[in-house]
Structures are given as structure tokens and as C-alpha cells.
Design a protein around this ligand. Structure first.
Ligand code: 6PG
Length: 252
């Protein structure tokens, strides 16, 4: 794994940089193996990225019919629920681009969580032609791009501190529980996330500064700081952060 940190002066410049990165990865993946498999993040930070990619000047920059859209995690709510990560991305991005609806692979938050996790794993395995066994690292058989956020407690996706999901080594998706409502979640697991070709954290805001400093420069404590567990085996890890989130980092 190689990793890098980019500190952008504002959320606006962070958003533009993330959009440039998304577009570049999509073009490279489609050129290499004919499709771009991306896992979108939940939460509020990526909303500006989704709106940017849906803007007229960016709309044609991605060959959307060649994109397979997944999510890193989902809240166990119906798809029209305000807290749904699917709804957030649908409204801000997917309704505005020429993505093939058959290639939008949402997690069924309306279903019983364990069943939704199993169904999602089945869909992932089909998309990556890996009917059994661990995720593969071959180009085209894994995520080309995974977008992740980070909570102010160091969680990412729905991998929360001290949760059993942190130690899952076989299943690709698993049901979990958050402290904040909606508590029931479904999340990708570390084997899938760490098989990706590119994992990019988008972190913004002063509220994230203490956790970001602990994750990047503090003692290794992955059970308490799950974001420390993200380490693509044969891929790139990028931290795209704004100056506020980076304000407690020693290195810049
Ligand atoms: C979710 C996300 C979660 C999020 C972080 C940061 O479903 O909420 O997967 O991991 O990325 O909590 O959220 P914000 O971007 O809202 O700060």
C-alpha cells in the first residue's frame, strides 16, 4: 500500500480535488477493463462531491453507463428515508447522470439487516466474478475506487470502535450497530475495503481534527480508531482533507 495526504485550503477546493480524482480513476478503470466499480460513502461530507459531479461542467467527465455504483455502508432504513445513504446519493448525483439503473447496487436498508448484508455480498461477488473465497486483487475484480468518510470517533463506513465487524475476515458485508440513530447498519468489511485499488477518505471540518491527528499520527489503536485499519493490500490510500480537519496534524 502506498498512501498520501493532501490538505486543501477549503471544503470547496477539497470537493474539486475529490471530483478530479474520481474522474481520473473512472477514466483509467474504464480504459483498462471497461468499467468503473465505485463504492460511495454515506454521511454529509461527500454530498458536495456528488453535487459537483452532477454539475453541467462535470457531467460528461465520467462515462456513467460504464459505472457500477455501490455503497460502503447503509443505514437500515427504507430507500426513501432522509437518513438513507442511497437516497442522499440518488438525489445529489444519480438522478442527474446517465448511470444504468441496473448498475446501481444499493444495500436494501428496508430488509432485515443480516439478510440485506448477505444479499449485498451476493451482488458484490457477482459483480467481481468471485463466487467464493476472499476478494481478489486483480484489476477489474475489485473496487476501483472506495470513498470513505471518518467520524469524530475515528469510525469509517459503519465500522465502529470495538465492534465485532472490525474482526470479520470472511464475510464481505455485515450488519452492525451505531451509537447514533439509525442504529442498525450494514457495512462493507475490511477484506473488501482493503482489496480496493484506491481508497480515498474525504474529511472536512474542525470537529474531525482530533480524530484525524490520532488516526494519522497517534498511537496505533485500531480497535478504538477503525479508520487505522484501512490499508489497501495492493492499492492506494488517499487522505483528502481540508485545513480545518488537518489543524492538529504535526505534518502537513
Ligand atoms: C455514514 C457513513 C459514515 C460517515 C462518517 C462521517 O453512513 O454515516 O458511512 O462513516 O462517513 O460518519 O460522516 P460526515 O461526513 O457526516 O461527517
Amino acid at each position: 500500500m502506498d498512501s498520501d495526504l493532501e490538505v486543501l485550503p477549503s471544503v470547496e477546493s477539497l470537493t474539486k480535488r475529490a471530483a478530479q480524482h474520481f474522474v481520473a480513476l473512472a477514466a483509467a478503470a474504464i480504459d483498462d477493463h471497461g468499467r468503473f466499480a465505485v463504492a460511495l460513502s454515506g454521511g454529509t461530507t461527500p454530498k458536495q462531491l456528488y453535487a459537483c459531479l452532477a454539475a453541467p461542467e462535470w457531467l460528461a467527465c465520467v462515462l456513467w453507463p460504464q459505472v457500477d455504483v455501490f455503497w460502503g455502508d447503509e443505514r437500515c432504513v427504507p430507500p426513501a428515508h432522509p437518513a438513507s445513504n442511497y437516497r442522499t446519493a440518488r438525489e445529489a448525483l444519480l438522478e442527474h447522470v446517465a448511470v444504468d439503473p441496473e448498475r446501481v447496487h444499493r444495500i436494501h436498508g428496508e430488509d432485515e439487516p443480516d439478510a440485506a448484508a448477505s444479499a449485498y455480498e451476493h451482488e458484490l461477488r457477482a459483480a467481481f466474478a468471485t463466487p467464493a473465497g476472499p476478494p481478489r486483487l486483480d484489476s477489474g475484480a475489485r473496487f476501483d475506487h472506495v470513498l470513505l468518510g471518518m467520524g469524530d470517533d475515528g469510525h469509517t463506513a459503519s465500522l465502529f470502535p470495538h465492534s465485532p465487524a472490525l474482526h470479520e475476515t470472511a464475510r464481505w458485508a455485515i450488519a452492525g450497530a451505531a451509537k447514533a440513530e439509525p442504529r442498525r447498519r450494514v457495512t462493507l468489511t475490511l477484506p473488501v475495503l482493503n482489496a480496493a485499488a484506491d481508497v480515498t477518505f474525504l474529511v472536512a471540518g474542525r470537529v474531525k481534527a482530533p480524530a484525524l491527528a490520532r488516526v494519522l499520527e497517534g498511537r496505533r489503536d485500531p480497535d478504538d480508531l477503525p479508520a487505522q485499519l484501512i490499508a489497501p493490500q495492493n492499492g492506494h490510500l488517499h487522505w483528502l482533507v481540508d485545513a480545518d480537519a488537518a489543524s492538529q496534524l504535526r505534518r502537513r
